[in-house]
Design a binder for this molecule. Structure first.
Ligand code: FMN
Length: 167
């Protein structure tokens, strides 16, 4: 490993949004808390993600924090196919509808928080959303999954998911 960027530690998250009754979600690592007073967070999504479009339209999203309890199916469902083509929630029932109209993921996760976007920065290929935390809840005390844990324990399931961009 010669690239210091590969030594940066990340968590893993399901980012969900809803526009006019249409739910969607994707996996992201590029999410973090950036200030405490007020509690603000940042999220960076590729403009090609359908979830990114929904957040641009509605200005809100929910972050479900993935735990070490998650199985690869969660990544397969939300990280390796686009909601532009399918309804990711058609066969996925482990959800809770929140007051902001989005769905929190309640299996393979340990917490969720909802965010209202107050700034969007165009980074070329990606949009960086900055927003204020609204509702938040801890679901259980399972450890949060890191990207390093994912690479070690989940990547073996990736034989048929070799798009290469986030593996
Ligand atoms: C482990 C992992 C981490 C990912 N991290 C990000 C990320 O930080 N930002 C991003 O835009 N996409 C990320 N992705 C890719 C999206 O989840 C993926 O492109 C998804 O299919 C987009 O779905 P959508 O078009 O329904 O929004 C990640 C995928 C995986 C498997």
């Amino acid at each position: 490993m010669n690239d210091p960027l590969l030594n940066i530690s990340y968590g893993l998250f399901v980012i969900t949004a809803n526009k006019d009754g249409r739910d969607n979600g994707c996996i992201a690592d590029a999410f973090q808390q950036v200030t405490s007073l007020p509690e603000q967070v940042s999220l960076c999504l590729n403009k090609s993600d359908f979830t990114c479009d929904l957040i641009v339209s509605t200005g809100k999203f929910t972050v479900s924090i993935i735990s070490e309890n998650a199985d690869f199916e969660l990544f397969r469902t939300f990280g390796f196919q686009s909601g532009r083509n399918i309804d990711k929630f058609a066969n996925f029932g482990a959800v809770r509808r929140l007051p902001n109209d989005t769905l929190a993921i309640i299996a393979g996760t340990n917490s969720y928080l909802t965010v209202n976007v107050n700034q969007t920065i165009d980074l070329g290929t990606h949009l960086l959303f900055i927003g204020k935390v609204d509702e938040k809840e801890v679901l259980n005390d399972e450890p949060s999954m890191t990207y390093a844990y994912y690479r070690k324990h989940m990547r073996k399931s990736l034989a048929d998911n070799t798009d290469g961009s986030h593996i």
